[in-house]
Write a protein that binds this ligand. Structure first.
Ligand code: SAM
Length: 184
């Protein structure tokens, strides 16, 4: 939970009303609501999830908050971000893994997550930020974590600043947060 809060602090610091942003894993819509509260109805929130129920939950959550007008929801894999997001974005958030309380077989995978992350980095404006909550413990989670960690480790530091946060005294498979800022 603390890492999720840290991710939000990192993103909230740069968001302005009217911004365009991505939620790469809409789930129950908590991150989408957070993003919508910062960009307002004049902003554009591109939210992706494989599950229709997740998209519906996200839509309802934003509607209840009076923020539904900013939502551009897509029930498809985040691999398709480049096809559905027509402009640059100030921020992107990914909370990987599966939906708590949902079908654990519907889970993010290394290859599709990597494509989505690469597309989103390409869409970030200068000083734009991307956060990635990664969960190595579930089946396939370690492979996903390794792919992401290796990719981020070799991003040129003149183009992106990548930081990682984790419980130093936690389990080897504990969740971790990557926070990325694009330089130019
Ligand atoms: C940890 S949950 C996201 C929680 C969400 N951000 C929230 O605030 O409630 C992960 C979500 O990723 C979705 N997901 C799994 N694979 C996906 C993919 N390839 N593209 C988009 N969403 C995916 C799952 O359906 C699940 O809803």
């Amino acid at each position: 939970m603390r890492l999720l809060e840290l991710a939000r602090l990192h993103i909230a610091a740069i968001l302005q009303p009217g911004d365009c942003v991505i939620d790469g894993t809409a789930g129950n819509g908590h991150d989408s609501l957070f993003l919508a509260q910062h960009i307002g109805v004049e902003g554009e929130l591109y939210a992706f999830d494989l599950q229709e129920a997740a998209i519906e939950a996200t839509r309802q959550r934003l509607n209840q908050a009076g923020l539904g007008a900013c939502l551009r929801a897509h029930c498809c894999s985040h691999e398709q971000i480049a096809q559905h997001v027509p402009s640059t974005v100030r921020a992107a958030m990914f909370n990987l893994g599966y939906l708590p309380g949902g079908d654990h077989r519907i889970v993010t995978r290394a290859s599709s997550s990597m494509r989505a992350i690469e597309s989103s980095l390409g869409l970030l404006v200068p000083k734009g930020r991307l956060t990635l909550m990664v969960y190595p413990a579930h089946e396939g989670g370690e492979e996903e974590y390794r792919a992401i960690e290796q990719f981020l480790a070799v991003l040129p530091i003149r183009d992106y600043i990548v930081s990682r946060s984790e419980a130093h005294n936690g389990a080897a498979t504990a969740p971790l947060l990557f926070s990325i800022e694009k330089s130019k």
